[in-house]
Design a protein around this ligand. Structure first.
Ligand SMILES: Cc1cc2nc3c(=O)[nH]c(=O)nc-3n(C[C@H](O)[C@H](O)[C@H](O)COP(=O)(O)OP(=O)(O)OC[C@H]3O[C@@H](n4cnc5c(N)ncnc54)[C@H](O)[C@@H]3O)c2cc1C
Length: 379
């Protein structure tokens, strides 16, 4: 008689307790699935990254039971204006039934973590670094370092949600293809009691400046880098905003702008056997447009359903999850590349054509469609 496959320790091991891994774990735990999340960090992730939560992302937070807590803390944007050289080219309003929320990622993360603690208090293994994952056919085996000691874990499935620089994706040879859209930016979150509730996108001749209100009287400024301009120091950052927008931002000299490169990549193979990539490990979406975390959440919603079905019938088939992940990521990346192109420095005919396009997109017949685009309709 052939030897029986050992019973794995868990149904699912998620690698990485970022916002995407945590949301998946909440969805699985809610369905009674035995899920463990290995996270290399012991403490919080203080990085200020995502702020925008779009309707598809909010729907996933609701499904995971974290929607009410997020809505209670977040600021709801009432709309956004696109400007060039002080003129408003287009204005969109976000209706209350399709809200765009703003909440700094560390808070969203904390609320998801709290939700997981309520659903499955033992699920999060902090201080656990996964060094390797292998598909053994009937189960997966993970090598995990905990406090300098090597452990092994087995599970029916492994979900790799270890972020954009995923070492495991590289080890598994799942590919990482560059996609269109790449530029440098700097951002700063500053105190501003007049921040209001509308997003302002300045797409003028000298390059993009974005301004978003955050809860608690904070404003985020995002400035596109242009060669020869200093946006690394507070005085330089402020001078560039003033020159490009015509307004003097409320921004003290103690502010330290954070530089980042917005790039786009897509994994070649998002699912192999019992191993699935998720979130930024599967696709990097440019932050311009604010879709990366939200897209990771919608992928997590689909993956949770696929895992639940596979576990119920004892198989390893995750259905069309890989195909749909790739399709959604390509759509989001095309949209982000378009948003980035609207903020490149431009002069003459290209600038006139761009401004005309923005005006058309903000005009009566197309306004609803454009609002759907920026609020991630269909993703
Ligand atoms: C400036 C900026 C602004 C952004 N704004 C938005 C926005 O407004 N809206 C939006 O939707 N998105 C936005 N994004 C993108 C968003 O931040 C990411 O899409 C999101 O953080 C991805 O979450 P994740 O869980 O996939 O990965 P991460 O948040 O990167 O989490 C990965 C986790 O895995 C852990 N880990 C890594 N390796 C291992 C290992 N071997 N073992 C165990 N744990 C491991 C890490 O410690 C980390 O906690 C922005 C990004 C940037 C840079």
């Amino acid at each position: 008689m052939p030897a029986e496959a050992p019973v794995p320790d868990h149904d699912v091991v998620v690698v990485g307790a970022g916002p995407v891994g945590l949301l998946l774990a909440c969805l699985l735990a809610q369905d009674g699935i035995d899920v463990v999340v290995c996270e290399q960090r012991d403490g919080d992730d203080p990085r200020s990254r995502a702020i925008g939560i779009h309707p598809p992302g909010l729907a996933m937070l609701e499904r995971a039971g974290a929607g009410a807590a997020v809505r209670a803390e977040a600021l709801a944007l009432t709309g956004g204006d696109v400007l060039s050289a002080g003129r408003v080219l287009a204005s969109l309003d976000f209706p209350a039934e399709r809200p765009v929320l703003v909440l700094p990622q560390p808070r969203t993360h904390a609320l998801l973590r709290h939700r997981l603690d309520l659903l499955a208090p033992e699920a999060l293994h902090a201080g656990s670094t996964v060094r390797g994952v292998r598909d053994e056919g009937a189960f997966v085996r993970l090598r995990v370092d905990v406090a300098h000691r090597r452990r092994e874990l087995t599970a029916a499935f492994a979900v790799i949600a270890d972020g954009v620089h995923s070492d495991l994706r590289t080890d598994l040879g799942l590919g990482w293809r560059r996609r269109a859209g790449r530029a440098g930016y700097a951002m700063a979150d500053v105190r501003d009691p007049e921040a209001g509730s509308r997003a302002l996108l300045h797409c003028g001749p000298d390059g993009l400046v974005e301004s978003f209100p955050l809860p608690g009287g904070i404003r985020r400024w995002v400035v596109r880098a242009v060669e020869g301009e200093d946006i690394a120091s507070a005085p330089g950052f402020r001078a560039v905003i003033r020159a490009r927008t015509g307004t003097d931002p409320v921004l003290g000299d103690d502010v330290v702008p954070v530089a980042f490169v917005a790039g786009q990549h897509l994994a070649r193979v998002p699912v192999r056997g019992r191993i699935a990539l998720l979130g930024d490990a599967a696709h990097e979406i440019s932050p311009i447009g604010g879709q990366g975390m939200n897209l990771g959440w919608t992928d997590a919603g689909r993956l949770a359903a696929a895992l639940t079905a596979a576990l119920a019938d004892g198989g390893a088939d995750l259905g069309d999850h890989a195909r749909r992940t790739v399709r959604a990521a390509r759509t989001a990346q095309r949209r982000s590349a378009f948003y980035m192109s609207m903020g490149t420095p431009a002069r003459g005919v290209p600038l006139v054509a761009r401004e005309a396009l923005i005006r058309v997109l903000g005009s009566g017949p197309l306004r609803g469609w454009a609002a759907g685009l920026v609020t991630m309709r269909g993703l």
